[in-house]
Each structure stands twice: as structure tokens, then as C-alpha cells.
Design a binder for this molecule. Structure first.
Ligand SMILES: *Cc1c(COP(=O)(O)O)cnc(C)c1O
Length: 355
């Protein structure tokens, strides 16, 4: 595919202090755009200066939320700039697209677009260990009309943001409570996709949690309100009696994370027992009372591994691992970031260089 390039004539100043990058606050000089128009398919792939995207006030995405996204990272390593399993993102975007009646994007086109944009803004990939270039591909419907119907005109865009080490002071355990008022997803809905709307409906719970001094919520399934699904916008794993357990994706209300999948593959490769199955919240409480609840952690691209230091369910407060990082959480964090940073061998073929 040919990608036309229009380079900026006014490059921005790059952040001087990489320790203050934070997450998703500054953006690189360029973005990728491609249009879909019925009859033409996806066309006009181009890299242009980062800036506003004009659209009609009646554009469908603004009213009905026909929009989805991906999240991935590029790492500056001693072997050059590298991506982590980008074809998984390409595949998953099409899973989301299909559920939202958005026309599929060729996986090769997706990966080529990501590579080309990262190469164009290569100077923006930060250098310090733990920093990375966060890449945000997203699709939104722009038909200028208010009828509710699948769009005939859409835009696929990619923007990039240099981000700091998620935990500036090393892996830090977070406090989580089990959400009992709100649900995130139900079977038959969009929980298995990165539909933009999934995040809008999760804000209220997140807001309540922050007000009570908790970092995130643990979501229960929307039907029985007892099976564990995810933690915030991360997948969740538990170590109970030495075994790693994680909710299965069968109910199709859980997002199939690439970090989740990688953790499962890594753990099995290293000989750990990992089971994907239904997990009832009461089962964890029981395990806790019996002294068998060893560890809990979230998994996702942004944080990689997020150890859970305290879990609260109703009035029951369950501190875990004595405020420290559990051994499996630490091992997964070190192994995954080691592969992403090219400091460890990659026996799985997960790394894709941008060059
Ligand atoms: C993106 C996301 C994850 C994590 O997926 P990764 O591919 O590991 O980044 C988990 N849960 C939800 C709801 C997400 O949006």
C-alpha cells in the first residue's frame, strides 16, 4: 500500500525531561489517516502533520458512538525501535470493527501504517528504560446525518504519544474494590471489543472509586453479578494455592488482552499451571480466609502488570502480599518488559522491528 507523506514544516519541541512524560498528554509531530467511503473501500492512506480533524457537527461518531480503538507501544532498544505483537492489535481491531458494523481494515495495512508512522516520528520514541511511544489507532464514523444506521463514511487514524515509565518509582500495588452498583459489560454486548462506549460507561464507577480512595474497580459479570471479569481496563489474574487462575473469555463480555495472552503463554512456557475459567468472587473470599489467596494483579499494555495490594468486597477488606509485590507479578513484569526491551531473548517471536 502506498502511504503519501506530508511532513510538518513546524516540528514541535520534544520534552526535555523524560521522567515527567506521564501518560498520553503530549503527541508527536505526525498522524496517520485513511478514509473509508462506501463504493471505494479504505483509501487515501497518508501521514500528515498532527492536528485537528474537521468533521460535520452531525458526524455519526459524536451522536451514536460508532467508534473503537487499539492501544500498543513502540520501544527503543539496543536493536532499534521495536513493536510488541502488532498483528494481535490488527486482528483485535477487526473483532471490534465487526461488532460495530465498521468495515474491516487489512492487517498488513494496519501494521504497515503503524510502522511507517513510528518511523516518521522515530525521534519521539523516548530513551529511558521503562519509557515508550504509546500508539493509539482508532476508527470513527463521520457520516453527516442523524439516522441510526451503520456508517458509510469513516476515518481510521493513528496518533502517538511518548509516555513515561508507568510506575516512576517501581511497581506499586494498587487498592481495588469490587464494584456492586455498576456493570461494564454483558454477554451479547460489546465487552469483548475496544468500543469507545465501553469506557464512557465505566467512568462513573471509576469516579466513585477514586472518591473512596481506591485506584480501580473489579468488575463482576453483568448477569449473575458474581463472576469476576476485569479490573478497570485491565484483565485480572489471581494466584490461589500456587495456581494462576484468570477469568475465561467464553462469556464474551471480557476484552481479550494481548498482555493477558502473553502472560498465559509465558507462565505455561515456564512450567506454571494456568487455568482460564469462571471465578466467583465468593471463591476468592473463601481462599483468603483459608490463607490460600497468594496474589492478584491486572494485566494491560499501559502498566504491563499492576499488582493488587488490597481487595475490598462489601465490608470485607483483604490486604494481599503484605503491601509488597508478589513473586509471580514481579516475574511476569520482568520477563515481559525484558522481551519488549530486547534485554531478554524472544523465544515466541513476539517482537517486530519497525525498520
Ligand atoms: C485494552 C484493554 C485490556 C488490556 O488489553 P492489552 O491488549 O493487554 O492492552 C483489558 N481490558 C480492557 C477493558 C481493555 O480495554
Amino acid at each position: 500500500m502506498e502511504i503519501k507523506k506530508q511532513l510538518t514544516t513546524a516540528p514541535k519541541t520534544k520534552p526535555a525531561d523524560e521522567s515527567k512524560l506521564g501518560f498520553g498528554k503530549i503527541f508527536t509531530d505526525h498522524m496517520f489517516l485513511m478514509n473509508y467511503d462506501e463504493g471505494q473501500g479504505w483509501h487515501d492512506a497518508r501521514i500528515v502533520p498532527y492536528g485537528p480533524i474537521p468533521m460535520d457537527p452531525s458526524a455519526m461518531c459524536l451522536h451514536y458512538g460508532q467508534a473503537d480503538f487499539e492501544g500498543m507501544k513502540a520501544y527503543r532498544t539496543s536493536k532499534g525501535i521495536q513493536l510488541f505483537r502488532p498483528y494481535e492489535n490488527a486482528k483485535r481491531l477487526n473483532v471490534s470493527n465487526d461488532r460495530l458494523c465498521i468495515p474491516a481494515i487489512d492487517e498488513e495495512v494496519f501494521v504497515q501504517a503503524v510502522k511507517e508512522l513510528v518511523k516518521t516520528d522515530a525521534d519521539w520514541v523516548p530513551h529511558n528504560y521503562g519509557t515508550s511511544l504509546y500508539i493509539r489507532p482508532f476508527v470513527f464514523a463521520v457520516d453527516p446525518m442523524l439516522g441510526v444506521h451503520p456508517a458509510k463514511h469513516l476515518i481510521f487514524a493513528i496518533i502517538c504519544s511518548p509516555v513515561g515509565a508507568y510506575y516512576a518509582a517501581g511497581l506499586a500495588p494498587v487498592k481495588i474494590y469490587v464494584e456492586q452498583n455498576y456493570v461494564r459489560a454483558v454477554t451479547g454486548g460489546t465487552g469483548f471489543t475496544k468500543a469507545a462506549a465501553n469506557y464512557a460507561i465505566s467512568l462513573k464507577a471509576q469516579d466513585d472509586a477514586s472518591k473512596q480512595g481506591y485506584e480501580q474497580v473489579l468488575w463482576l459479570d453483568g448477569v449473575h453479578r458474581k463472576y469476576i471479569e476485569e479490573v478497570g481496563a485491565m484483565n485480572v489474574m489471581f494466584v490461589v494455592d500456587g495456581e494462576v487462575i484468570t477469568p475465561s473469555l467464553d462469556r464474551k463480555s471480557i476484552l481479550g488482552g494481548i498482555t493477558r495472552k502473553s502472560c498465559i503463554e509465558l507462565l505455561r512456557h515456564k512450567g506454571y499451571k494456568v487455568t482460564e475459567r469462571d471465578i466467583e468472587i465468593d471463591e476468592l473470599v473463601k481462599a483468603y480466609d483459608e490463607g490460600k489467596f497468594d496474589e492478584a494483579f491486572g494485566t494491560g499494555t499501559a502498566a504491563v502488570i499492576s499488582p493488587i495490594g488490597e481487595l475490598k468486597y462489601g465490608d470485607k477488606v483483604m490486604p494481599l502480599t503484605g503491601g509488597k509485590i508478589g513473586p509471580i507479578s514481579q516475574m511476569l513484569y520482568d520477563s515481559l518488559t525484558g522481551i519488549q526491551w530486547g534485554k531478554e531473548p524472544d523465544p515466541f517471536g513476539w517482537i517486530v522491528p519497525v525498520e
